[in-house]
Design a protein around this ligand. Structure first.
Ligand code: ADP
Ligand code: MG
Length: 697
């Protein structure tokens, strides 16, 4: 029996958080550091030595011997390089040292991280800089320092830097709006994020028998199991002992790292689960989600399971997403997406709401792009995940408010009150928790928006950078228009009505899964990007370059490099999948089918020799023969297509070829193999089937 875990005592025990700082730092240093953190400023070099030394002492007490600048390169996962605190004294002895300089800045040899040609043109060096708004922590004998990663000439090489920039940008513009509403006290507005993480658990030994899972994280073949998710008996079902043990272990690890893991439950698909933390500032939430994913994978192995974070590990079974709950909050804790009670609060809420509606409509392409990945292509647009079309769900009450506003009518509800922006107040509208539209990609859920298109494997830095920036842009336009007007209420009212009129096409409360929506969305002029390759080129469109450069979130060079990296990543991913699929088909599935075919023919021959007509054997053998021929042909075609795609030099054409030719052939190869699986005897089949994968944990 494991020792009892005291959550209250152990929570955040491995984090150099505010409480620890307060205990460990001289008062003036603590105050200076806190100010730096609260205002999102750079750390003054005069206090960094003191902070570093206190951090080191604390980390050593926790058993650390090393420190690492921890960063989030464009690979989507985190990177770390560990240095020990050891410093030789020259007499054969050592002391443990850690300077302010080492805390603030690092220089990892970063030439092997994807940069989309960025560093090549300058020099191969990359730097990391401490992000003091995200706490340092101790894990496995090292002090981890969350950092941003950038090139010699200052271009961001990671997912973190643009996120931090976008948080500053949205804060600055939101503050301008708050001032208009008479708020003079708030110093910073923080984008808050809570990411609900879905994942699959499979048995480790079963996993190890499939090359596709090992190399690509998803099954490239597999006929459906007789039982799928149709009974809906897994969703919120009781958690099996082995999984429960794992979840408890995971929680304890997360809590020690100060990650407030709050909710855990079974998901819709068999073997699928979810973990959700309490929300945090966007950068911290991003760090925490990266850590959560890492721990999920690592701890699963200790429980003899494998955690699959791929967006679509199994065909025909729900994929995994990551609902990105997003809001804006003042440094004194006011949630700006909470409708509030007073007329002024309501008007302020409607202003932020209108800004978001406008942002989502104007930059739907960027939002779609921010969640594009080869894995997520299997979800978006398929009939189980939010559609690839971006739309906003407001809920009945709020949509009625918005409608009334546009039509210049008073809003009445069961609650009773009338409505006029800035003058009278909104009736209390119920926080809609039951009648949630689960088919909407971007839903208002009472006091936050839930962006549901994010893939389970994705670094949430990207989507939140986009959200912050596009909303900042609307807020800036609003502030530009409203600052200095003589009659604020009237000007605001007119602006809101105009904005909502212009952008209400993006509001949709109906069923996002239906084919009718696709048609209607097209009529409304809403974009529908079906795949990653379709949407990636949007990144460098003039309107988007203008947006990002205006706010300094991405430079034009950074945008081009990112597009390049994402296209390359697409090609590389499909290349690995295709090579694996061709290999499995040729060296495992084909021989298995042939062995089975031969045995059937042997039986047929012996039956015939004693005068029995081998009807079933002949039919089966013929079918197997036809399918093996088809499989062999498709596998050859696939190998040829891979070679052709590999030979292309331009990134976009290459990704296109991988999508249109290679991926398409993988699909048809799979169809043949999956049909064979239903015919070939189970003892011949070279891999564990979906039954074994989905139902034996
Ligand atoms: P559900 O969406 O299932 O109703 P909750 O409302 O509790 O669940 O929240 C889901 C996620 O949204 C959690 O991670 C939660 O912390 C987060 N969340 C709640 N409020 C906010 C907010 N103001 N900003 C960002 N995330 C939030
Ligand atoms: Mg939710």
């Amino acid at each position: 029996m494991a020792e009892k875990f005291n959550v209250v005592e152990e929570f955040g025990i491995d984090v150099f958080n505010e409480e620890t700082m307060k205990q460990r730092l001289p008062k003036n240093v603590f105050k200076a550091l806190k100010k730096t953190i609260a205002e999102g400023k750079e750390l003054d070099s005069s206090i960094s030595d003191v902070v570093a030394s206190a951090m080191k002492d604390w980390a050593i007490e926790k058993g650390a011997t090393h420190y690492t600048h921890w960063f989030q390169p464009m690979t989507g996962i985190t990177a770390e390089k560990h240095d020990s605190f050891i410093s030789p004294m020259g007499d054969g002895t050592v002391i443990m040292e850690f300077s302010g300089k080492e805390l603030i800045k690092g220089e990892p040899d970063a030439s092997s991280f994807p940069s989309g040609g960025l560093r090549a043109t300058f020099e191969a060096r990359g730097y990391t800089a401490w992000d003091p708004t995200s706490y340092a922590f101790v894990k496995e004998g090292s002090l981890y320092i969350p950092t941003a990663f950038y090139s010699y000439s200052g271009e961001a090489l990671d997912k973190k830097t643009p996120l931090l920039r976008s948080m500053d940008v949205v804060s600055a513009q939101a503050l301008r709006i708050l001032r208009l509403f008479g708020n003079e006290t708030t110093k910073r507005v923080v984008a808050t994020v809570g990411a609900e993480q879905e994942y699959f658990l499979v048995d480790r030994d079963t996993y190890n028998k499939r090359k596709d899972l090992i190399f690509t994280g998803r099954t490239l073949f597999g006929a459906p199991a007789p039982k799928g998710q149709e009974l809906e008996d897994h969703y919120f079902g009781s958690i099996k002992a082995r999984v429960a043990d794992y979840m408890r272990d995971l929680d304890e690890h997360l809590w020690k790292l100060g990650i407030s893991s709050k909710t855990k439950h079974n998901e819709v698909a068999p073997a699928q689960h979810e973990n959700a933390p309490i929300f945090a500032p966007a950068n911290l939430a991003t760090d925490q989600n990266q850590l959560t994913m890492e721990l999920m994978k690592k701890l699963a192995l200790e429980h003899n399971m494998v955690c699959l974070l791929h967006e679509k590990p199994f065909a025909g079974i729900n994929g995994s997403g990551k609902h990105d709950n997003w809001s804006l909050s003042t440094d004194d804790g006011q949630n700006l997406l909470d409708p509030g009670k007073s007329p002024m609060e309501n008007a302020q809420f409607l202003t932020f709401l209108a800004a978001i509606i406008k942002a989502v409509d104007e930059y739907a392409d960027l939002l779609r792009l921010s969640v594009a990945s080869p894995g997520n292509d299997h979800r978006l647009g398929a009939n189980e995940a939010p559609p690839a079309i971006i739309s906003i769900f407001l809920g009945e009450e709020l949509e009625a408010v918005v409608e009334a506003l546009v039509e210049g009518k008073n809003y009445t509800s069961a609650g009773g009150t009338m409505f006029n922006v800035g003058v009278s107040s909104l009736p209390d509208f119920p926080k809609d928790t039951t009648d949630r539209n689960r088919t909407s990609p971007f839903a208002f859920t009472g006091n936050k928006f839930e962006f549901r298109m994010v893939g389970s494997n994705l670094n949430i830095g990207g989507p939140n950078t986009i959200l912050n920036t596009i909303v900042a842009n609307s807020l800036k336009e609003f502030a530009d228009e409203l600052e200095g007007v003589s009659d604020f209420n009237t000007s605001l009212h007119d602006l809101l009505v105009k904005t909502i009129k212009e952008h209400k096409r993006v509001i949709f409360n109906g069923n996002g899964y239906g084919d009718e929506w696709k048609k209607e969305a097209e009529e409304r002029g809403l974009p529908n990007f079906n795949s990653t390759v379709d949407v990636l080129p949007c990144l460098t469109e003039p309107k988007n370059v203008e947006l990002f450069t205006k706010f300094g979130v991405y430079s034009e060079v950074e945008l081009h490099s990112r597009k390049e990296i994402l296209l390359e990543n697409y090609s590389k991913t499909i290349n690995i999948e295709a090579l694996t699929a061709a290999d499995m088909a040729k060296t495992e599935i084909l021989p298995a089918a042939m062995r089975f075919g031969k045995d059937i023919c042997d039986i047929a021959a012996s039956k015939k020799s004693v005068g029995i007509e081998p009807v079933v054997e002949m039919a089966t053998a013929t079918k197997v023969n036809d399918l093996t021929a088809a499989l062999s042909e498709k596998a050859t075609q696939l190998s040829d297509a891979i070679l052709k795609a590999q030979a292309i030099t331009e990134a976009e054409s290459m990704a296109r070829a991988y999508h249109d030719d290679v991926f398409a052939l993988m699909q048809s190869l799979r169809a043949v193999a999956d049909e064979l699986e239903t015919i070939v005897g189970e003892e011949y089949w070279p891999y564990p089937t979906y039954d074994e994968l989905l139902f034996n944990v």
